[in-house]
Design a protein around this ligand. Structure first.
Ligand code: ADP
Ligand code: K
Length: 447
């Protein structure tokens, strides 16, 4: 189902014309109202009177996370404070939280893009949605909430965490839809299994997962464990919140539609800042086209992905691939660029291990070392009669030693780096408590 077919199927020439007109307006608006942008444009020799639209976009430079911090809390706002209807903060995964504001008009658009996203995910008016995104300053909870209401869903605003209550509500209220971080959906799937509750006892059909990078390995686990079709929702507070892009439930694995009539995406080279050829990986950059409280021009998201047009599908808007990681959490190990999701891709092919893992980078002398810590699958633990796992346990079981060896070899063959593989007992690595889970520990600055 398309929530707004006229826009979602707008032919590309018309979409470009719309973006072009909106961009010119947004640039003039930012120049008039935000001193930060006026100064920046003056330094760059840009003036709204001569700015030609999309073809001149590259002249605007970039807006970075540090610009939010330097203008903390309200310096980037384009409206007087009394016109700001709501404030949110980014979750501050990297450093001090950034503050964002919305007018009533911005909030209406926020709800519209989330409604589009949920419709693309399979949700239909009349269904119930259990919203396990955190409510509060984080954009996830309220963002999904109002979009779901706009689509005509019944919202169960449970927020993140409280796994007992989540499972109770899934059984008692029988929602068709779960919204959560992928790592928390994993926890719910695992808890269900542990308690011997069959996913058929629930009424779930769809899971809408986002806020952190995830891969097909997690999709498979969540889809099997909760009996759902799981799609990706992406967003960031600096631009809006969740619902900047969304995967269609019938096109899973082919990328997430960016709602381009409001958020103009570019992919640039991480080092040069130049546009990369279509389909190539680089840093995702967004320009808001309709924001009133806080217009943001060419925001450097630090997220690494690519953009592709797929002309055979249900919408004209561009698709972005999965986020491979952040430019700043990309590990460079002995000169090799590496994302932890590459390890996850390999794990998905190994039934003997659980989908939980941790990548630990450290330094011995001047040499980078990487340890991949992964849990032995619950079923295999049971088959081997193991309660706990130590280094000795591995030595005593040929099959575990072989597993460790084959995993290390796969990593070496696929990623080109030798890593130490450590097998741990099932359940020993941290689980999500409702929010984001960090799977990388970079200790190199400390060692
Ligand atoms: P923070 O930058 O502090 O995490 P936000 O709460 O605004 O602040 O989170 C936005 C970021 O979360 C994005 O830039 C991206 O790194 C990550 N993110 C959000 N949705 C997804 C998703 N579906 N897949 C991968 N990463 C995501
Ligand atoms: K996030």
């Amino acid at each position: 189902m398309l929530f707004n077919p006229a826009i979602e199927r707008l032919p590309l020439p018309q979409l470009r014309a719309l973006q072009n007109a909106r961009l010119k307006e947004q640039v003039a608006y930012a120049y008039e109202r935000v001193p930060f942008y006026r100064r920046k444009f003056e330094a760059l020799g840009v003036h709204p009177a001569t700015f030609r639209g999309l073809e001149d976009l590259g002249k605007l430079g970039f807006t970075k996370k540090t610009d939010f911090r330097d203008n903390y809390p309200f310096g980037l706002f384009a409206v007087p404070e009394h016109e700001v209807a709501r404030l949110h903060c980014s979750s501050g995964t990297t450093g001090k939280a950034t503050v964002v504001g919305y007018t009533a008009h911005d909030l209406a658009i926020f709800a519209e893009v989330v409604a589009r996203s949920l419709a693309a995910a399979g949700c239909r008016p009349g269904m119930k949605l259990q919203n396990a995104y955190g409510y509060g300053l984080f954009t996830g909870g309220l963002g999904v909430h109002y979009g779901a209401e706009k689509l005509g869903l019944t919202v169960i605003p449970v927020s993140g965490g409280s796994t007992d209550r989540q499972l109770q509500l899934l059984q008692d209220f029988r929602p068709e839809i779960l919204c959560a971080t992928p790592s928390y959906a994993q926890v719910l799937a695992e808890e269900l299994k542990r308690r011997g509750i069959s996913p058929e006892a629930l009424n779930l059909k769809y899971a809408v997962l986002g806020a952190e990078p995830w891969t097909d390995a997690i999709r498979q686990q969540v889809e099997a464990g909760l009996h759902v079709k799981a799609t990706n929702i992406y967003g960031l507070s600096e631009i809006m919140g969740p619902g900047v892009s969304q995967e269609d439930v019938n096109e899973r694995g082919t990328g997430s539609y960016v709602w381009e009539d409001h958020f103009y995406p570019e992919i640039v080279d991480q080092h040069t800042g130049e546009l990369v050829p279509e389909g190539d990986l680089g840093v995702l950059v967004f320009t808001t086209l309709t924001k009133k409280a806080m217009p943001i021009l060419r925001y450097w998201t630090n997220d690494i992905t690519n953009l592709t047009y797929d002309h055979s599908v249900s919408r004209t808007h561009v698709k972005m691939g999965p986020i491979r990681g952040r430019a700043d959490d990309m590990l460079i190990i002995r000169g090799v660029n590496f994302f932890h999701t590459q390890v996850e891709d390999i794990l998905s092919g190994l039934p003997q291990v659980s989908p939980y893992y941790q990548v630990v980078a450290s330094r011995r002398g001047s040499l980078d070392e990487v340890e991949v810590r992964v849990e032995i699958a619950e079923d295999l633990m049971r088959d081997l009669g193991l309660e706990t796992v130590t280094a000795d346990t591995i030595q005593q079981h040929d099959c575990l030693r072989a597993l460790q060896g084959s995993f290390a070899k796969k990593i070496k063959d696929n990623i080109g780096l030798s890593m130490k593989v450590t097998l741990l007992g099932f359940g020993t690595l941290p689980r999500s408590e409702g929010g984001k889970l960090s799977r990388v520990r970079d200790l190199r600055a400390l060692t």
